[in-house]
Ligand binder design. Structure first.
Ligand SMILES: Nc1ncnc2c1ncn2[C@@H]1O[C@H](COP(=O)(O)OP(=O)(O)O)[C@@H](O)[C@H]1O
Ligand SMILES: CC(=O)OP(=O)(O)O
Ligand SMILES: [Mg+2]
Length: 381
């Protein structure tokens, strides 16, 4: 291996994000996003990846570049099989394809990304980095659902958890911000993007997370419901006459903030709340209520909490969400400093008061750097 650059591909359900990172000097010579796949001229993920390859080639940074050491792919579901970054072979691709029923919105896009990149550069090492991997340490008491064990095992029904690359990166960065080793710190990480999840990390090891078998469980998200009584599905089916696919679409794409008020973007919800819009206010209140429940639950799971870290689009940018989520928790040792919380910055920073026993932090996530580092470590080992 000669090159020092890693191309990271993050293929989502309707977008492909890419970044080219140089591991020798930390620079990022290229990055971009192809959005709204399936809506306009970009008909599918293969077309989107072709566009990514073209954009890179136009800058003289194409996949044929000798400086490229590897391609790192974000793969959302790794099941129980993949708990480490994995060099991609035909057999690995087949295994990722077998996991499509567990992540129908995400894994097909990931597989397409892998196939296109491999066809363009068959000689280049390609590495899969799994969203589920960081959560593989969650103990059985937290990972198992309380259903018949044989049925659960037969069909792989258990908590896998997602956004693990982000939870891993942010929990380490939070320890660094406190000037401590990850092993010394217990952290609640709140990854609040379009998809959203919470995790409890004890001394660097993940012990609980809010997403489950699929990325649907847990917090209220942009378009996903998060927690719901599973009997609502039987009710909608038997009484409401909705098909399984219709209920799937309802809970994944027409729920969450979008289902509650028509907008999935927290900026727009904040604007509408400022105008006194009751639907936007209720959506915000439900979002915050769920978040507070998880903070309380994970405080009990960890016993001792040293830090709470907010990350991803909403967590990094919405002071209103951070303030509301942790308001009135002085009895838990949690005190947000209003002035610090309102300051805007792209850097990791503390927003708790000097007297807060629990450090509250805003820590920008960097899934691309984490994927590139894990990829580069594997191919240069
Ligand atoms: N300035 C902001 N204030 C409040 N929310 C924001 C702001 N910027 C972005 N967001 C929120 O972040 C979300 C996107 O988060 P992101 O982590 O990029 O999501 P994903 O990676 O899941 O696509 C947007 O839908 C929006 O709700
Ligand atoms: C797993 C998941 O929910 O990912 P995203 O937030 O990118 O949709
Ligand atoms: Mg994201």
């Amino acid at each position: 291996m000669n090159g020092t650059r890693v191309l990271v591909l993050n293929s989502g359900s309707s977008s492909v994000k890419y970044q080219l990172l140089d591991m020798a000097d930390g620079s990022r010579p290229a990055s971009g996003i192809v959005e709204r796949i399936g809506e306009g001229p970009v008909t599918d993920h293969a077309a989107a990846l072709k566009q990514v390859a073209d954009e890179l080639a136009a800058q003289g940074l194409g996949l044929d570049s000798p400086e490229l050491a590897a391609v790192g792919h974000r793969v959302v579901h790794g099941g129980t099989r993949f708990t480490e970054p994995t060099l991609i072979t035909d057999e690995v691709v087949e295994e990722i394809e077998k996991l499509i029923p567990l992540a129908p919105l995400h894994n097909p896009a990931n597989v397409t990304g892998i196939k296109v990149a491999r066809s363009l550069r068959p000689d280049l090492p390609q590495v899969a980095v799994f969203d589920t991997a960081f959560h593989s340490t969650i103990p059985e008491a937290a990972a198992r659902y309380a259903i018949d064990v044989a049925t659960a095992d037969r069909w792989g029904v258990r908590r896998y958890g997602f956004h693990g690359t982000s939870h891993a990166y942010v929990s380490r960065a939070t320890a660094a911000l406190l000037g401590k080793e990850p092993a010394e710190v217990n952290t609640i990480v709140l990854h609040l993007g379009n998809g959203a999840s919470a995790s409890a990390v004890r001394g660097g090891t993940c012990v609980e997370t809010s997403m489950g078998l699929t990325p649907l469980e847990g917090l209220v998200m942009g378009t996903r419901s998060g927690d719901i009584d599973p009997a609502a599905i039987f009710h909608l089916s038997r009484v409401g006459g909705l098909s399984t696919d219709e209920i799937d679409t309802l809970l994944n794409k027409r729920s969450g903030l979008a289902g509650l008020c028509g907008d999935n973007d927290m900026r727009e919800i904040g604007r509408r709340m400022g105008e006194g819009d009751p639907a936007a206010q209720l959506a915000f209140d439900i979002y915050i209520h769920r978040l507070r429940k998880y903070v309380g639950a994970y405080t009990a799971v960890l016993g001792r909490v040293d830090a709470i870290a907010f990350t991803a689009g909403v967590g990094e940018n919405s002071a209103a969400v951070r303030e509301a989520a942790l308001r009135g928790l002085t009895a838990f040792g949690i005190e947000v400093d209003t002035v610090r919380n309102a300051l805007r910055s792209g850097a990791a920073r503390l927003i708790s008061t000097g007297s807060s026993r629990v450090a509250v932090a805003v820590v920008p996530t960097d899934e691309e750097l984490e994927i590139a580092s894990q990829t580069f470590d594997l191919v240069s080992a």
